[in-house]
Structures are given as structure tokens and as C-alpha cells.
Design a protein around this ligand. Sequence first.
Ligand code: GP9
Ligand code: MN
Length: 659
Amino acid sequence: MQSITSSPIHSSGSGRKWSKLLTVNGFTFAFFIAVMCWKCYWLNKTLSIPNMAFDLSDFSVTLGALFVIGGWTWWLPKHWRPLSLLILNILLTILLFSDLVYFRYFQDFITVPVLMQAFQVSALGDSIASLISWKDYKLFLDWLIFIPLAIWQTRTLKQARKAARASTLNTSGPRRRWIRLLNGVMSLILGAVLLFVPIQQATTTWAKGVFSGNWWNASLYNITGLYGFHGYDIYRYARENWFSSNSISSEDEELVGQWFTAHKPMLSGPASTFGKYKGKNVIIVQAEAFENFVIGKRFNGQELTPNLNALLKESMYYNRFFHQTGQGRTSDADFGVQTSLHPLPTGSVFIRYPNHTYDAMPSILQDNGYTTGAYHAYDAGFWNRYIVYNQLGYDFFMSRKDYTVDEPLGWSVGDKSFFRQSVERMAKEKQPFYSFMITLTSHHPYKLPASVQKLDVAPYKDTIFGDYLEAVHYVDAAMGELIADLKKNGLWDNSILMFYGDHDNSIPDREPLEKLLGHPVSDFQMLEMKNQVPLIVHLPDGEEAGTYDTVTGQLDLSPTIMHWLGITPADKHYMGSHIQAAGEHLIVLRNGSYTNGSIFYVPSADGIFEHGTCYNYAAGEPGDVAPCKPLHDEAMKRLTVSDLVITQDYIGRKKAANK
Ligand code: GP9
Ligand code: MN
């Protein structure tokens, strides 16, 4: 690095030595890097996110990002550098502090969509004071040195520059400019290496696919560091909002328009039930990893789901109901149900397109006089929920921080307490209301404390299958308490209640299933089981009770509810059907599988139709692919149409054009 010996500084003795040291090239830069790196380390320690300690690769990416952010200052004239680095320090510290405060409230980092939804930050409102700790002063401590130092350096260097210019001996200008240029380039290269090598290493090993299928910004932060994360977030936003093809072609627009027009008849159920439950509350329970095979079953003589079984007697039970989720798991189920659109092939719509417009159930019900609330006792930032829920039209979102953890279980408060506290809130709300509840206790890996385990699951005790049965049994008990609580609060007879599972349980073992079911399980039956979750619908008057074997799916719930409430679904962009619609029900899954109840098609990895597998329900095994062909184009068209609606903000554009 270049020293300033060629630039005379007017001071004397030991003062001159200090001046030289404090104005030597690279001193302020090194100081900047050191203090900012320490701040990132301190932030990480303060957030103490489980399994995210500040290790060597975090140090590397942090250092790398700072070299990149600060590297260009080398290209400035020397006397401008201290102030530039000071300004960078101030901006980066403010960003870091804002992230800290924001994380304490939302358990998430600030992103571009957050900034676009200014309400989100203002939601912190009165809470801000309580979110700041006196210990946070440490983030600003370095300013006591940095600010006066930068001012002094600037003044001193300016004087030195003046003197050097006056001196006839000064011939080193061009050389200094070259060195400056080189230092800048080297900082950027070194920064890029320190930043990208650990990211590359992580994303090709233990964190594979984290950028495409990510579920929480914290998991990205874990790999990129704080400033790397913000850089990526800006890139991600720009790519998806500014640089992706920003206009839908007229052919695509026509395709989408025609598809929805043709699909309209499927949105209605029997005319006699249109508006039959107008003004009733709607309560939906989306149960974590709740598969269909447990309903009505016994194991070692014990009923696995006694409460749901009792509920079935006065409810509609769809025993061929499919989850239609992709990589976005819980958030995909949520999205499919609220908007009646397919989730995306990669990632979660909640993360990728949180600000696009959808014909979402909460907002439609809100427009029809409903109080709309989302209930989920986990971190509000997970799956970007707090952003999306506002966009979807919820009046409020009760997240982890709004619940008292009086029954700690698994990831959060147990479902029993979660339901109890949620109903307490519902009972206070203006009716009619729409309440969407997401349970959590039966989350993978399903292990509950011994005190909560009530079943004899031998010989599967302490296996994931045995633990799953226990978890499901617990959720069933919680459902029993929920129903009792709704009755106690006078809400039961006034509400439509829906219960469904969000997705499969990710347990591939066949042997315990065979033992439970008492018969061998074929590949096809296994496939079906992994794609099916139960749907139970209790209507306020207990009408329509019975078991239905029509194939249905999560996308069908919005049109079904609208019909019953007397809200015409015809102008909505729904891809699902009313569960009692008269026409043929075609259920398309996100991976390109589809079924009409007679055939079930599974695509091959190469996407060539003929290479896929066509199962025949009657035969119970795969046969010739030809019987699956007639529905193939329609199934693919649905996924294409849905993707266009989401990525091209088709509904938002239409609404804007009609204004
Ligand atoms: C947590 C929950 C996680 O909020 O949604 O469920 P997952 O998406 O992992 O199934
Ligand atoms: Mn889930």
C-alpha cells in the first residue's frame, strides 16, 4: 500500500508521527472493515438464531461484503476517502440497527418488499421503544472516534494536498492514481472471493437449493451474511419485478382469459345451496403434515382420531382430497386455498411474489363485511407471512408473539393452547368473521414429550412413524377441544368449519403403514397416500354430511366457500372447482401429476408425456399411457395459466386497467 511520505504534512515531532500514522493510506479503510465486521458479529450474537453461530464462513462473507462495499472508495482522491467511509459506516450501521429492531419484532430481516409496504414498519409503532435495548449503544460507540477522526483526516489531507500542489518537487501524481486504482480493484476482487467462495461451497453441499426454495430470509442470511443478504434481496427484487419480462404477450393474455371463461361452470355447486350460508362465520384449520390415512383407523385397538371420527358423523368428508403443494410446503397450501391458484414450480409464492394481486379469500370476505384474521403461533416472518397476509386482506395476524406459551410443545405453543387462545380472540371479534388457523405441533420430526404421548404404538415406539401417530392423535384431541370451545362460545352453529392437511408427512416407510392398514400397500396406493390429506367440512346445520369420493383439492376451497356464502365466484380467477360441481373434476398437482378419479398420471423427469406413468384406479396399477393423454394438455395448460397469473401479475394488471 502506498504511504504518504511524498505528501508533506505540516506538523512537528511526535505529532507528525501520529499524523502520518492516522493518515496513512489504508488506515481508515482497515478501521472501517474492522468495526463493521465486529458489528455484524455482535448482531449475530444478539439475534442468537438457533444453529446460526458466527463461524469462519460467516466471517469470510462479512469481510468480503465489506471489501466490496468499501472498495470503490480507493478510487476517490485521498482526502475524500475518510468522509466516504464514515458515511458508509453510518448507513451500514443504521441498516444493521434497523434489521435488529425489525428482527426482534418480526423474526425476519428488512427486505425490499417490506420497504414497499411502509405500513409494515409503521406496525412497529409503539413497540419500537420496547424493541430497543440499552446494550445497542455498542453499535454506535465507534462513531465517537470515527467522526472526529474522519473530519480531522479530511482537513489534514486537504492541507497536505495543497502543500504538495504548491511544491515543484511533486511528480508522483500519476503513480498515486495507478496505485489507487489497483487498490480498489484488489479490494473488489478480494471481497468477491471472500464473499462468493463460502456461498458457493454452502450451496453446492449442505445448503443446496436454498436460493430457489428458500422459506425464511434468516436461512439466506446464514449463508450470505447481513450485507450479502441485502445485496441478494435487491438483486432478487430487481430480477423478479424489473427485469423479468414485464409484459404479458397478447397470446398469453388470451390463453389466460379464455381458460377462466371456459372454467366458470365448475365454480358453482348445486343452485339450491348458493347463498345458503350467507353471513356465517368461516373457520379453517390447516393441519400440519396431516395425512388422510389416519382417519377412521385404529392401531393396537386404539382409535387414532376419535374426535375427527365423531365430527365426520355430522360433516362432509372428502376421502380423495389432494394437497397441491410444491417447494413452498405450508405456504403453498395456504396460497392454494386462499387464492385458488397453483403454487409455483420453484420456491414459495409468498416469498417470490408477495406484492402481486390475487383474488384472495380474506380480501373478498373483507369486502363482504367479514372480519378477517390469520392465526399461527410461529414467527411472523416465516414464509414471509406478515407481508403476504396484509396483501391478501387479513385485518390482523396473530403470530407467535401474540400467544402465551403456556404449553410449550415442538416449535412453539401446543395446538391445544393455540386453539384456545385463538378462539378467545375470535369470540371478541365482530361477526361474521373469517378465521384461518394453521397448526404446528404435528411438524416433522413429530417427537412429543412422553407426557403428551397417549398411545401404545408398539412396535414403532420411538420411531418416526410411532411419533407421527402420537402427534396426529394429539392434534385430534386439540380439535376436540376446539369444537367444544366453539360450542361454549356460541360460535359453532354460526360457522362453517373446514379441516384439511397442508401436505404429506415426508415419511417414506411402507412397512408400518401396511401393519396399520392390515394389507400390503402397492406403489400406487403409497403414491396416493402421499398426495392425499383429509378434507372435513362441517356446515352450520350439519347438512350434506357423508363421505364423498369425488377427487378434490386445496384449490377447490375458495370457490366452494364463495358459493355457499352467496358471493358469485364467476368474476374470480379461480383454478379450482366447487367440491360439488356437476362436471368432471380434474385435479392437477404441482409436479405435473393429475387425476380425474379414474386415472392418475405421474410425469417423468424428462417431461416427455410417453415416458410418464399412467395409473388406472380400476386396475390399481400402471398401464398404457394412452388413457391419460386426453387430460394431459388441459392439465399442463392449467399450470401454465396459473404461473402466468402469478408471475405476470395478471389480476393486478386487469384491475389497474379497469380502474
Ligand atoms: C412454520 C410452518 C412450517 O410456520 O409453516 O411448516 P413447513 O412449511 O416446514 O411444513
Ligand atoms: Mn407444513
